[in-house]
Design a protein around this ligand. Structure first.
Ligand code: WT7
Length: 648
């Protein structure tokens, strides 16, 4: 995690390259004017964006209705997301333009034009209707990164059935809980997918999950790997079989601007993930406008955002933002290093990718693999680079700039969250000078600030809490089924209704934002959020565990690595076998991404007299800041803890 001290030393500034600035879709002049408008009247700014970037069936009566902390944007208006991502492009000459260029890990590939994608989406929307899915019904997706995932998402939006995409790396138990929480009645999945050179299975996890989901009526299975797959008669259907029987005619439903668009689960500070709810018109306005302004997409671009559709980045900047802009989107199914460490660079060369949007953890992985791999490929098609998911350390930023961007591509470091729906703090590549490690300035219309505990803005260079003081169109509309948690988690930190994202930050003399990372009990592992409590409750559910505490420690590649301090039940042999057992146990409960990198056994966890686990101490120990001899046991730490306790 970067600290303020070292970030304050970062003095390099990169002006937008002249050639880029000249052609940028959002010029410096426009940015300055829109920024002013956004400061004066966010509502007028967003209304302008809504008119410019979204096609509406019916106009709004009111731009914003704000009864803090509940917002309604574009009240009374009607639109449809799939109409905006597909139909309108067929009317404006993009029917035969590539919408999706997909490559599977084994090297197979498919291209879907806007015309073809539209047809597939209409058909699958009819499949959903045939399965009894009506407007408002929830549909769960648990899929590899294949075009059918995008088709299914768009088909849901076409008929107004909110989707809940669950990342394919989550376990059967996580899937079951998410299906039940959302009350989904249909699950879309695949037999499996390709990863790291072999086919993995997905359907068995769905079978296991759905056994505990009384509300699920049907399961639709895409045939991707052709591995043997058990199908339950009456419940399970092959995608291709259903698609063979339906018409390609399905008019888009005219939906209210505030109609639920999707639910996406993310980790919080309790053991229970939160179902973040996004709605239709405001979200679409936010992602469509930011995609054009920040990624500068035009008809000559091949745009590649490397996120999976199971995360918010995949929703907003693989699917909805780019397709609303009529862009050509590259999708790649597999891991970056298969069959060799240069797979990504060969994809960029092969397809002539012009805009690349990825995460610092990937960049750091490539730094370690060596410059020779990107250097072997012609990356001259690239003209813009993006970063998202965690603070990018200046060193990684410089490498990205030099080795991947050939020193000619601007880098947009974009700060936002599952909850914000779209990008909030970011440079505009043709207008805002960048500084390595800074997400620079709020997007026009976004009122971001760094506040102290009393809600006062801190002085430049001082650390504080990141905050958003006014509602914005892409903001979450709530936590599915839990209004109280919504109010408490995001809106109760200060007296005035102000959104608290959970991050620390500071601003420099020029007002640039430097994000310092999470300040709550949420870890950011490779740009993905994992709650310490979730991992803890998974570990303590193991019969040989009495107690556990989980913290993050800095990691060169993943940003943060998970460390678990575990007290076994008496009589349990704490050793390598139990470590492996517990790692497997966590993978089974949550998913492989939540496996602790390190498990350390201890007879007692350091606690304050009131019984609170001293996490700060554990974090220091995990980071190796405490030198206490043998680090495989914590026995001595309880003594240390007692010493520390007297200091608190
Ligand atoms: C958390 C949100 C936004 C899509 C991916 C993650 C961290 C995200 C940045 C950035 C510094 C960042 C924050 C935030 N984060 N982008 N550019 N610089 N930190 O979405 O899982 O909802 O996680 O990711 O800590 O709160 P998410």
């Amino acid at each position: 995690m970067p600290d303020i001290e070292s970030l304050l030393k970062e003095k390099r500034v990169f002006e937008p390259p002249k050639e880029f600035a000249k052609r940028a879709k959002w010029s410096k002049r426009e940015f300055t004017a829109l920024r002013k408008l956004g400061e004066k009247s966010p509502e007028r700014f967003w209304a302008q964006m809504a008119k410019r970037h979204v096609s509406w069936f019916k106009p709004w009566r009111k731009v914003l209705e704000w009864k803090a902390p509940y917002a309604k944007w574009f009240v009374g208006a009607q639109t449809n997301v799939s109409y905006n991502c597909l139909d309108r492009h067929l009317e404006n000459g993009r029917r035969n333009k590539a919408a999706l260029i997909w490559e599977g890990e084994p090297g197979d590939s498919r291209v879907l034009t806007y015309g073809q994608l539209h047809r597939e989406v209409c058909k699958f929307a009819n499949v959903l209707k045939g399965l009894g899915v009506a407007k408002g019904d929830r549909v769960a997706l648990y899929m590899p990164l294949v075009p059918e995932a995008v088709i299914a998402m768009l088909a849901c939006t076409r008929i107004g059935a909110p989707h809940s995409v669950v990342f394919g790396g989550f376990s059967a138990e996580s899937l079951r809980d998410r299906i039940n929480d959302a009350g989904a009645k249909v699950v879309i999945t695949a037999d499996g997918g390709h990863r790291r050179g072999s086919a993995f299975a997905l359907k068995p996890a769905v079978d296991e999950a759905v056994a505990g989901c009384p509300g699920v009526e049907s399961v639709v299975v895409v045939q991707r790997t052709r591995q043997d797959t058990a199908m339950k008669p009456g419940r399970d259907h092959w995608w291709h079989a259903l698609m063979a029987t339906v018409s390609a005619d399905c008019p888009p439903a005219k939906l209210d601007a505030e109609h639920p668009l999707f639910i996406l689960y993310t980790s919080g500070t309790t053991g229970q993930p939160k179902g973040i709810l996004h709605t239709t018109g405001g979200y679409l306005t936010h992602v469509a406008a930011t995609t054009q302004a920040i990624f500068d997409l035009g008809d000559d671009d091949v745009y590649w955002c490397t996120a999976d559709v199971g995360w918010i980045t995949g929703h907003s900047y693989v699917v909805y933002g780019p397709l609303a802009n009529g862009a050509t989107v590259l999708l790649y199914e597999g891991v970056p290093t298969h069959p060799g460490p240069d797979r990504w660079w060969s994809l960029i060369e092969k397809y002539g990718v012009t805009v690349l949007y990825t995460a610092p953890t990937a960049i750091r992985t490539f730094i370690r693999l060596g410059d020779e791999h990107p250097n072997r490929h012609d990356l001259s098609s690239l003209r813009l680079l993006g970063s998202v998911g965690e603070p990018i350390n200046p060193e990684a930023w410089m490498w990205y700039h030099r080795v991947i961007g050939g020193k000619r591509c601007p880098i947009v470091d974009t700060w936002w969250q599952t909850e914000t729906g779209g990008i909030m703090i970011t440079p505009l590549p043709g207008a805002v000078p960048t500084k390595p490690g800074s997400a620079t300035l709020p997007f026009p219309g976004i009122d971001a600030a760094v506040l102290d505990a009393d809600g006062k803005e801190v002085k430049p260079r001082a650390g504080g809490f990141l905050a958003v003081r006014k509602p914005w169109p892409g903001m979450l509309r709530g936590i599915w089924g839990d209004a109280k948690r919504y109010e408490q988690t995001y809106w109760s930190k200060w007296k005035k209704p102000t959104y608290f994202p959970g991050d620390g930050a500071h601003r420099d003399d020029k007002g640039y934002f430097w994000i310092l990372g999470r300040i709550d009990d949420v870890m950011n592992i490779s740009g993905h959020r994992i709650g310490t409590m979730e991992v803890e409750s998974a570990i303590v559910s193991h019969e040989q565990v009495a107690e556990a505490a989980v913290v993050g420690r800095p990691d060169e590649i993943t940003g943060t690595a998970i460390v678990a301090f575990v007290t076994p039940r008496s009589g349990t042999a704490a050793g390598a076998a139990l470590v492996e057992e517990l790692r497997g146990h966590v993978a089974k409960h949550i998913g492989a991404i939540a496996k602790p990198a390190d498990i350390r056994f201890t007879d007692a966890l350091p606690k304050t007299r009131s019984g609170k686990i001293m996490r700060r101490l554990l974090r220091d120990i995990a980071a190796g800041k405490e030198t206490v001899g043998d680090t495989t046991t914590l026995e001595d730490y309880s003594v240390l803890a007692k010493l520390r306790e007297s200091e608190e």
